[in-house]
Design a protein around this ligand. Sequence first.
Ligand SMILES: [Zn+2]
Length: 430
Amino acid sequence: MGRTVPSLRGHLGWLVTVSILVLSTALGGVPRPASAEAIVVTDVRVGQHGDVTRFVLDFTHKVEFTLFTLAEPDRLIIDLPEVGWRLPPRPLPRRTGVLKTLRYGLFKPGLSRVVVDLTRPVAARRAYLMDPEGGRGYRLILDLVPATRAAFLAVGKVAPAPGTAGVQASPTGTPRRDVVATARRPLFPTPPRKPEMGGVKRVIAIDPGHGGVDPGTVGRSGIYEKDITLSMAREIRDRLQATGRYKVVLTRDRDVFVRLRDRIAVSREAGAELFISIHADAIKNSKIRGLSVYTLSEKASDKEAAALAEKENKADLIAGIDLTKETPEVTNILIDLAQRESMNQSARFAARLVKELARETKLLRNTHRFAGFVVLKAPDVPSVLMELGFLSNRQDEAALKRKSYRAKLIAAMARAADTYFSRIEEAVRP
Ligand SMILES: [Zn+2]
């Protein structure tokens, strides 16, 4: 953490000098959804200087933030508009000064959150955004100092006006002292666990593999993969939307060819938070059966996975698309740091999905596998690919044609999605 001289220029028209707990932000306070220019957090650093614990968050763009504290256990919350995370590949800071642990993530669409678990009650001595200088981007500087519990709790007594989220700086830039939250009366409304999930429907993209000129694999009875995937996708949509918790978009809703990159685009445009691609495999050995779930990896987990990815990735080629122009774009979607978080999330969902599916059906050995599927390469959307089973196997094929069997798989998927999203909410819940 470099020695930063706090910039007192009023670039945001304000400066918080805080001797109380909770405080403030700029320009109206309530975080707004990120604009077209996505704000990305590029680093989080924590250092101790005497009794001051300094937090520095690097941003690519100017950002508004809101701070508040919660007790039992003691936490400090930094609310941001929805931001991307591209942190360096090292563990998050912990056990420094008053910091115990630190968590971050999307709290709900339009709102990202950093939760600082504290070792003791604190006061914020400074909290402000520094303009870019010395080749660095915007920096949020937050200095915390130990405070008495009485002081920590005293600011938590006033209920906020309805609809306010966090504490706002007054127009003159003087922080209001009257608002905060305690654990019992959170200023920021804690989303109900279920069924509303914060009142905002989670968006899930379901991607029925293949379609139109690309039939996918063909079953023993002559059934096409593209038809099974579409039936399945529609049933998943209906089932998930019936819960009232999800909005589901399909990357195709008829027998049409859709390029792999367009499938990703559809999902992104819909603001999907989870992308599930549906396929069914076929291989020479007709004895092999079972369902499997794939997530993206640079290296395939085994030869079969690599071969499968290669096969599925040929969809565009099969459809007769000139890939000479597409290839650089596709290959430019690098598996880099930007994907790290969504890869973690993907793996988390895949693990949950496998667990739920295991209660319903036979799984392929090493059910959760890794391979380089193009369709999983959206850098910021957690994505998994399901191979529902083998159309080359008589039992799998017969099962997949039965609506009752598909319903069991879908029920498992719904449970996995419920758990996945409630874990995400818990992880960033104060
Ligand atoms: Zn397929």
